[in-house]
Ligand binder design. Sequence first.
Ligand code: ATP
Ligand code: MG
Length: 236
Amino acid sequence: MANNKHYMEDFVHANKLILLGKLTASLVHEIRNPLSAIKLNLDYMNMAKDDLPNDIQEIVGESLDAFDQVSFLIEDVLDFTRKPSAKIHEVDIDQVTNRCLKIISVSAKTKGVTIEKCIPLELPKLNVNKNKMMQVLLNLINNAIEASHDKGKIIVRAFEENEKHQPKVVWQVQDFGCGIKEEDKKKIIGKYFTTKSKGNGIGLGVCKMLTDEMNSDLSFDSNYGEGSTFTLKFTV
Ligand SMILES: Nc1ncnc2c1ncn2[C@@H]1O[C@H](COP(=O)(O)OP(=O)(O)OP(=O)(O)O)[C@@H](O)[C@H]1O
Ligand SMILES: [Mg+2]
């Protein structure tokens, strides 16, 4: 039993690393060189700051702050790679979605895909593990990007719903990409099934496992050639 638990943890972690690999490959490639050049120049200007006019001093300060923001973003990505604790957090679904969209923005931009977000501010908080939740959202958004055509659109939305007098928070990602063939629909979750040349077919299996652990529900609706919507339902 203990072994099985460890195996599952390793399985989830392996998926995380695969996902991270995909994200960072494009991220690091695009930002590493220009970023270090910018930082060097800014530090150089900052050393001589007493000789600079006030407005330029201000600009250098603002630029160094902006640089810090990028560093935080990189920290977020690194934080995501750590194995999750079993800790339950009060999660703001809008904030977690924003973090995921930031992390994934480079993959989206590379493909010219725009992501629209429609989440009202007053949604109830969820009692879940934030790291697990991020892993699920990132897998689903990443699949939506991979399914989209170049310059396509993705909509991420969340809303409240009453199901049999039980309040639920619903989170959805909708794409207008390739869609899923009828005969594939039964295979895509938890069967190591992939239609991608570089796919591993474990993303949705991991999502299913994590949503079960979070006491939430994962479902999807798709029309081949038109697009898909993946839905998460959380009990509030
Ligand atoms: N939004 C989507 N649109 C169309 N097909 C999808 C979508 N999401 C998942 N699929 C289908 O489900 C399959 C399984 O998805 P899953 O995320 O488990 O694996 P993968 O994306 O192929 O590989 P990885 O393990 O890297 O995530 C995909 O190969 C694809 O055929
Ligand atoms: Mg996937």
